[in-house]
Design a binder for this molecule. Structure first.
Ligand code: PEP
Length: 257
Protein backbone atom coordinates (compact mmCIF):
# COMPACT_ATOMS: atom_id res chain seq x y z
CA UNK A 1 0.00 0.00 0.00
CA UNK A 2 1.12 3.60 -0.62
CA UNK A 3 2.24 5.31 2.58
CA UNK A 4 -0.25 7.77 4.02
CA UNK A 5 0.71 11.42 3.51
CA UNK A 6 0.94 13.08 6.95
CA UNK A 7 -1.54 15.90 7.48
CA UNK A 8 -1.04 18.71 9.99
CA UNK A 9 -4.00 21.04 10.41
CA UNK A 10 -4.15 24.20 12.49
CA UNK A 11 -7.54 25.05 13.95
CA UNK A 12 -7.45 28.76 14.74
CA UNK A 13 -10.86 28.61 16.45
CA UNK A 14 -12.36 32.07 17.09
CA UNK A 15 -9.05 33.95 16.83
CA UNK A 16 -7.36 36.40 14.44
CA UNK A 17 -9.01 38.99 12.25
CA UNK A 18 -8.45 38.94 8.50
CA UNK A 19 -5.34 41.13 8.65
CA UNK A 20 -3.75 38.96 11.33
CA UNK A 21 -4.71 35.90 9.29
CA UNK A 22 -2.75 37.08 6.24
CA UNK A 23 0.26 37.83 8.41
CA UNK A 24 0.24 34.35 9.94
CA UNK A 25 -0.09 32.67 6.53
CA UNK A 26 2.84 34.69 5.21
CA UNK A 27 5.00 33.88 8.23
CA UNK A 28 4.23 30.19 7.87
CA UNK A 29 5.04 30.21 4.18
CA UNK A 30 8.35 31.93 4.94
CA UNK A 31 9.27 29.39 7.67
CA UNK A 32 8.62 26.27 5.65
CA UNK A 33 10.42 25.21 2.49
CA UNK A 34 8.95 23.41 -0.48
CA UNK A 35 10.09 19.96 0.64
CA UNK A 36 8.60 20.40 4.10
CA UNK A 37 5.34 21.48 2.51
CA UNK A 38 5.28 18.52 0.13
CA UNK A 39 6.27 15.81 2.63
CA UNK A 40 3.45 16.94 4.88
CA UNK A 41 0.07 18.32 3.91
CA UNK A 42 -0.36 21.55 5.84
CA UNK A 43 -3.81 23.01 6.35
CA UNK A 44 -4.82 26.21 8.13
CA UNK A 45 -8.37 26.37 9.43
CA UNK A 46 -9.33 30.01 10.06
CA UNK A 47 -12.69 31.49 11.04
CA UNK A 48 -15.13 32.07 8.16
CA UNK A 49 -14.45 35.80 8.09
CA UNK A 50 -10.77 35.19 7.31
CA UNK A 51 -11.27 32.69 4.50
CA UNK A 52 -11.31 35.18 1.64
CA UNK A 53 -8.12 36.84 2.84
CA UNK A 54 -6.39 33.51 3.40
CA UNK A 55 -7.44 32.39 -0.07
CA UNK A 56 -5.99 35.56 -1.60
CA UNK A 57 -2.70 35.15 0.28
CA UNK A 58 -2.36 31.46 -0.60
CA UNK A 59 -3.53 31.49 -4.20
CA UNK A 60 -2.02 34.87 -5.04
CA UNK A 61 1.44 33.69 -4.01
CA UNK A 62 0.89 30.06 -5.09
CA UNK A 63 1.75 28.92 -1.56
CA UNK A 64 1.72 25.17 -0.92
CA UNK A 65 -0.55 25.58 2.10
CA UNK A 66 -4.15 24.44 2.01
CA UNK A 67 -7.00 25.91 3.95
CA UNK A 68 -10.17 24.68 5.51
CA UNK A 69 -13.25 25.88 7.37
CA UNK A 70 -14.26 25.13 10.95
CA UNK A 71 -17.87 24.23 10.21
CA UNK A 72 -20.36 23.74 7.37
CA UNK A 73 -24.12 23.90 7.20
CA UNK A 74 -25.99 20.66 6.69
CA UNK A 75 -28.34 22.62 4.39
CA UNK A 76 -27.73 23.51 0.76
CA UNK A 77 -29.05 27.08 0.78
CA UNK A 78 -32.02 29.14 1.86
CA UNK A 79 -33.53 30.53 5.04
CA UNK A 80 -30.84 29.47 7.52
CA UNK A 81 -29.65 32.74 8.98
CA UNK A 82 -26.03 32.67 10.09
CA UNK A 83 -25.19 29.41 8.32
CA UNK A 84 -22.47 28.95 5.69
CA UNK A 85 -23.06 26.42 2.92
CA UNK A 86 -20.69 23.93 1.36
CA UNK A 87 -21.13 25.62 -2.01
CA UNK A 88 -19.99 28.94 -0.52
CA UNK A 89 -16.91 27.27 0.95
CA UNK A 90 -16.11 25.41 -2.27
CA UNK A 91 -16.34 28.66 -4.23
CA UNK A 92 -13.60 30.09 -1.95
CA UNK A 93 -11.27 27.17 -2.67
CA UNK A 94 -11.68 25.51 0.71
CA UNK A 95 -10.18 21.97 0.67
CA UNK A 96 -11.13 20.73 4.14
CA UNK A 97 -13.82 21.30 6.72
CA UNK A 98 -13.97 20.24 10.36
CA UNK A 99 -17.09 18.27 11.21
CA UNK A 100 -18.10 17.65 14.79
CA UNK A 101 -15.29 19.40 16.61
CA UNK A 102 -15.81 18.76 20.32
CA UNK A 103 -16.47 22.46 20.93
CA UNK A 104 -19.36 22.30 18.43
CA UNK A 105 -20.65 19.09 19.96
CA UNK A 106 -20.44 20.55 23.45
CA UNK A 107 -21.49 24.19 23.06
CA UNK A 108 -23.71 23.92 19.99
CA UNK A 109 -25.43 20.63 20.70
CA UNK A 110 -24.17 18.84 17.62
CA UNK A 111 -25.06 15.16 17.75
CA UNK A 112 -23.77 12.32 15.60
CA UNK A 113 -26.64 12.60 13.12
CA UNK A 114 -25.93 16.29 12.51
CA UNK A 115 -22.20 15.65 12.24
CA UNK A 116 -22.91 12.91 9.69
CA UNK A 117 -25.09 15.33 7.69
CA UNK A 118 -22.22 17.84 7.71
CA UNK A 119 -19.77 15.18 6.50
CA UNK A 120 -22.15 14.46 3.62
CA UNK A 121 -22.59 18.18 2.87
CA UNK A 122 -18.80 18.44 2.57
CA UNK A 123 -18.59 15.58 0.07
CA UNK A 124 -21.51 16.99 -1.91
CA UNK A 125 -19.28 20.02 -2.51
CA UNK A 126 -15.97 18.20 -3.08
CA UNK A 127 -14.63 19.31 0.28
CA UNK A 128 -12.82 16.74 2.44
CA UNK A 129 -14.25 16.43 5.94
CA UNK A 130 -12.07 16.13 9.01
CA UNK A 131 -14.40 14.13 11.23
CA UNK A 132 -13.61 14.88 14.87
CA UNK A 133 -14.31 12.29 17.55
CA UNK A 134 -13.19 11.88 21.14
CA UNK A 135 -14.25 10.98 24.65
CA UNK A 136 -14.77 13.19 27.67
CA UNK A 137 -13.05 12.66 30.99
CA UNK A 138 -15.83 10.57 32.53
CA UNK A 139 -15.79 8.11 29.61
CA UNK A 140 -11.99 7.90 29.81
CA UNK A 141 -12.14 7.18 33.56
CA UNK A 142 -14.84 4.54 33.03
CA UNK A 143 -12.55 2.87 30.51
CA UNK A 144 -15.07 2.84 27.67
CA UNK A 145 -13.22 5.39 25.52
CA UNK A 146 -12.26 3.00 22.73
CA UNK A 147 -15.83 1.86 22.10
CA UNK A 148 -17.06 5.45 22.42
CA UNK A 149 -14.66 6.71 19.74
CA UNK A 150 -15.14 3.87 17.26
CA UNK A 151 -18.91 4.24 17.62
CA UNK A 152 -18.73 8.01 17.01
CA UNK A 153 -16.52 7.40 13.98
CA UNK A 154 -18.85 4.88 12.35
CA UNK A 155 -21.88 7.11 12.99
CA UNK A 156 -20.08 10.07 11.44
CA UNK A 157 -19.23 8.03 8.34
CA UNK A 158 -22.68 6.43 8.01
CA UNK A 159 -23.97 6.24 4.44
CA UNK A 160 -20.69 7.22 2.73
CA UNK A 161 -19.25 5.16 -0.10
CA UNK A 162 -16.01 3.27 0.64
CA UNK A 163 -14.26 5.73 -1.69
CA UNK A 164 -15.49 8.65 0.42
CA UNK A 165 -14.46 6.95 3.66
CA UNK A 166 -10.98 6.50 2.21
CA UNK A 167 -10.69 10.24 1.61
CA UNK A 168 -12.08 11.30 4.99
CA UNK A 169 -9.66 12.40 7.69
CA UNK A 170 -10.64 11.25 11.17
CA UNK A 171 -9.33 13.34 14.06
CA UNK A 172 -9.18 11.62 17.44
CA UNK A 173 -9.31 14.38 20.02
CA UNK A 174 -9.88 13.39 23.64
CA UNK A 175 -11.97 16.25 25.01
CA UNK A 176 -9.99 16.33 28.26
CA UNK A 177 -6.82 17.05 26.27
CA UNK A 178 -8.14 19.95 24.19
CA UNK A 179 -6.81 23.32 25.26
CA UNK A 180 -5.87 21.93 28.68
CA UNK A 181 -2.14 21.38 28.20
CA UNK A 182 -2.78 17.71 29.03
CA UNK A 183 -1.76 15.48 26.14
CA UNK A 184 -2.73 11.85 25.81
CA UNK A 185 0.38 9.70 26.05
CA UNK A 186 1.52 8.51 22.63
CA UNK A 187 0.44 4.98 23.62
CA UNK A 188 -3.03 6.13 24.67
CA UNK A 189 -3.44 8.09 21.42
CA UNK A 190 -2.21 5.11 19.39
CA UNK A 191 -4.63 2.76 21.17
CA UNK A 192 -7.67 4.74 20.04
CA UNK A 193 -6.36 5.62 16.55
CA UNK A 194 -5.61 1.95 15.93
CA UNK A 195 -9.07 0.92 17.13
CA UNK A 196 -10.63 3.47 14.77
CA UNK A 197 -8.65 2.02 11.87
CA UNK A 198 -9.68 -1.52 12.82
CA UNK A 199 -13.36 -0.52 13.02
CA UNK A 200 -13.15 1.15 9.60
CA UNK A 201 -11.36 -1.88 8.17
CA UNK A 202 -13.99 -4.26 9.53
CA UNK A 203 -16.80 -2.26 7.97
CA UNK A 204 -15.27 -0.98 4.72
CA UNK A 205 -12.43 -3.40 3.96
CA UNK A 206 -8.65 -3.48 4.23
CA UNK A 207 -7.92 -1.04 1.43
CA UNK A 208 -10.09 1.66 2.98
CA UNK A 209 -8.63 1.00 6.43
CA UNK A 210 -5.07 1.25 5.18
CA UNK A 211 -5.76 4.46 3.27
CA UNK A 212 -7.84 6.53 5.69
CA UNK A 213 -5.79 9.09 7.58
CA UNK A 214 -6.22 9.47 11.33
CA UNK A 215 -5.02 12.49 13.26
CA UNK A 216 -4.48 13.00 16.96
CA UNK A 217 -5.45 16.30 18.55
CA UNK A 218 -5.19 17.69 22.06
CA UNK A 219 -2.47 20.05 23.29
CA UNK A 220 -0.07 19.12 20.51
CA UNK A 221 3.06 21.27 20.45
CA UNK A 222 6.57 21.20 19.06
CA UNK A 223 7.81 19.48 22.24
CA UNK A 224 5.53 16.44 21.93
CA UNK A 225 4.97 16.07 18.18
CA UNK A 226 7.76 13.59 17.41
CA UNK A 227 6.57 10.97 19.91
CA UNK A 228 2.99 11.30 18.65
CA UNK A 229 3.94 11.00 14.98
CA UNK A 230 6.10 7.95 15.76
CA UNK A 231 2.90 5.95 16.39
CA UNK A 232 2.00 3.65 13.50
CA UNK A 233 -1.69 4.56 13.29
CA UNK A 234 -1.30 8.33 13.73
CA UNK A 235 -1.00 10.07 10.37
CA UNK A 236 -1.08 13.66 11.48
CA UNK A 237 -2.31 16.12 14.06
CA UNK A 238 -5.03 18.66 14.56
CA UNK A 239 -3.53 21.58 16.45
CA UNK A 240 -5.43 24.32 18.25
CA UNK A 241 -3.53 26.80 20.44
CA UNK A 242 -0.09 26.07 19.01
CA UNK A 243 -1.30 26.79 15.47
CA UNK A 244 -1.61 30.51 16.22
CA UNK A 245 2.15 31.01 16.45
CA UNK A 246 4.00 30.67 13.17
CA UNK A 247 7.26 29.33 14.57
CA UNK A 248 5.61 26.82 16.88
CA UNK A 249 3.30 25.54 14.15
CA UNK A 250 6.15 25.38 11.61
CA UNK A 251 8.17 23.30 14.11
CA UNK A 252 5.25 20.89 14.39
CA UNK A 253 5.15 20.58 10.59
CA UNK A 254 8.90 19.81 10.65
CA UNK A 255 8.34 16.85 13.02
CA UNK A 256 10.67 14.63 10.98
CA UNK A 257 13.69 16.88 11.49
C1 PEP B 1 -8.36 21.56 18.74
O1 PEP B 1 -8.97 22.60 18.83
O2 PEP B 1 -8.69 20.73 17.89
C2 PEP B 1 -7.23 21.31 19.65
C3 PEP B 1 -6.65 20.14 19.64
O3 PEP B 1 -6.84 22.34 20.49
P1 PEP B 1 -5.48 22.41 21.37
O4 PEP B 1 -4.34 22.00 20.46
O5 PEP B 1 -5.38 23.84 21.80
O6 PEP B 1 -5.63 21.45 22.49
Amino acid sequence: PTPRLPIVAGNWKMNLNHFEAILLVQKLAASLNEKQLTDVEVVVVPPFTDLRSVQTAIEGDKLLLKFGAQDISRHKSGAYTGEISGAMLAKLGVSYVLAGHSERREYHDEDDALVNAKVKAAFANDITPILCVGEGLVTREEGTHVAHCTHQTLLGLEGLTPEQVKQTVVAYEPVWAIGTGKTATPDDAQEVCKAIRVAITEKYGAEVGETVRIQYGGSVKAANIAAIMAQPDIDGVLVGGASLEAEEFASIVRFKE
